[in-house]
Design a protein around this ligand. Structure first.
Ligand SMILES: [Zn+2]
Length: 343
C-alpha cells in the first residue's frame, strides 16, 4: 500500500470509528478477516461485464453513468468476494444494458449476455447467480428473453433499469412484462440508469442522479398499483432505494391508492433494499427505520465500485452497531429467503 493510500485508509477508519463509537483500530479492521468470512454474505448487487459486452459498449463510446466500463473476470470477482466475506454474488449487467436503440440487436445481445452468465454460474457452483438482462423498451423481446432465461438458463431473476430513455418501470405499456414476471414469481432487481435529462457539468450521473432515478422508478411502480397487481414479484431497489427511506413520509401520498400517507408508506415498504454504497452511518438509520427488517440485502456494486471503494462500504457495514440478528439478516438470511437455492 502506498503512503497516500495508507493515510486515506487511516482517515477513513478514523471517520468510521467516530461514527460508530469504535476505536480507529477496531474500525480499520471491522471483523474484516475471520469475521468477514463468517458473514457468508449473499451479494444481490454485484455486476458482471462479459468481455464481448464491454468491448461492444466501448466501440460505441459508451460509459456507465460517467464511469469507464470496468474489466471483469471471474478470478477478480472471487478475489473481491473472498476478501469481503461474500459467499455468493448475484451477477447483473449494469446500465446501459443491451438496448442501444435497435430491438433486433438488443435481442441478440441479451441472449448472448445471459448465456454467458449462465456458464459462469455453472462453472463456480454456489458462488454465483444472475439476474437476466432483458430488452426494454422492446416489451415483446423482453418477455421472450425473460421466459428463456428464467426457464432454460435458470436465472435467479431479472434486472430492469429504472428508466429507458425516459420511460420508467411501472409504465402501463410495460405491464405485459410485469405480468409475465409475476407468473414466474420473479425476483426483480431495479438498477438506476442515466436520468432523461442533461447532467450537471462535473457531477457524473452515478454520484447523485442515479439515486433520483431509482426513487422515480419506485414511486412509479407504487403509484400505478403494480405491487398489488403483481403480488408475486419481489422487487429489490438498488442503493438503499435511492432516497425512498429518507423521503418516504414526504412522497407517500402521491403513490397511495387513497391519497393517504399510510397507504403510500404501506406500498413503499413492500420493496426490498440493498446496501450497495449505502452502508454509511448517515444512510443506515433511515434505511433501518423504514424498511422491513427482512427486506434488506447486502450489495457490493463491484466492479463499478472498485475493490477499495466496495470494501470501504463493507467495512462501514461491519462497523455499524447492529444486533447479531440484524447483521445476519442483512448479510445472508434475507437474501437466502429470496434465493433459497444458495443455501
Ligand atoms: Zn450497480
Amino acid at each position: 500500500m502506498k503512503r497516500r493510500q495508507v493515510l486515506v485508509s487511516m482517515a477513513t477508519a478514523a471517520t468510521a470509528a467516530a461514527l460508530s463509537g469504535l476505536s480507529p483500530a477496531q474500525a480499520a479492521s471491522p471483523k474484516s478477516t475471520s469475521g468477514a468470512k463468517a458473514a457468508r454474505r449473499i451479494d444481490t448487487h454485484q455486476h458482471i461485464v462479459p468481455p464481448f459486452y464491454g468491448q461492444w459498449l466501448e466501440s460505441r463510446g459508451i460509459t456507465a453513468g460517467g464511469l469507464p466500463i470496468p474489466k471483469w473476470s471471474a478470478e477478480a470477482a472471487l478475489d473481491l468476494m473472498d476478501s469481503n466475506g461474500i459467499e455468493s454474488g448475484i451477477l447483473s449487467v449494469s446500465t446501459p444494458g443491451v438496448h442501444l436503440g435497435n430491438d433486433a440487436e438488443a435481442r441478440v445481445k441479451a441472449k448472448e449476455v445471459n448465456e454467458y452468465c449462465a456458464e459462469v454460474v455453472d462453472k463456480y457452483p454456489g458462488r454465483f447467480g444472475f439476474f437476466a438482462t432483458l430488452t426494454l423498451p422492446d416489451v415483446e423481446g423482453a418477455i421472450e428473453q425473460a421466459e428463456y432465461a428464467l426457464t432454460h438458463l435458470k436465472a435467479d431473476g431479472v434486472i430492469l433499469l429504472a428508466n429507458v430513455r425516459g420511460t420508467y418501470v411501472g409504465t402501463p405499456e410495460w405491464d405485459p412484462l410485469l405480468q409475465a414476471l409475476d407468473r414466474h414469481q420473479a425476483r426483480v432487481f431495479i438498477h438506476p440508469s442515466e436520468l432523461p435529462a442533461p447532467e450537471v457539468p462535473g457531477i457524473p450521473p452515478y454520484a447523485a442522479d442515479f439515486l433520483l432515478d431509482t426513487t422515480r422508478a419506485a414511486l412509479n411502480l407504487a403509484k400505478r398499483g403494480c405491487l398489488e397487481r403483481y403480488p408475486n414479484l419481489k422487487i429489490i431497489l438498488s442503493h438503499a432505494g435511492g432516497f425512498v427511506p429518507y423521503a418516504a413520509e414526504r412522497m407517500a401520498r402521491i403513490c397511495s391508492a387513497d391519497g393517504s400517507t399510510e397507504g403510500g408508506i404501506r406500498r413503499l415498504r413492500q420493496f426490498y433494499f440493498d446496501t450497495a454504497l449505502s452502508s454509511s452511518a448517515y444512510a443506515l438509520p433511515a434505511l433501518l427505520a423504514f424498511a422491513k427488517p427482512e427486506n434488506i440485502t447486502f450489495g457490493s456494486d463491484w466492479p463499478y465500485a472498485n475493490k477499495e471503494r466496495s470494501s470501504h462500504f463493507t467495512g462501514l457495514l461491519d462497523a455499524y452497531g447492529f444486533t447479531d440478528a440484524q447483521r445476519s439478516a442483512i448479510n445472508r438470511d434475507n437474501a437466502l429467503r429470496l434465493f433459497p437455492r444458495l443455501a
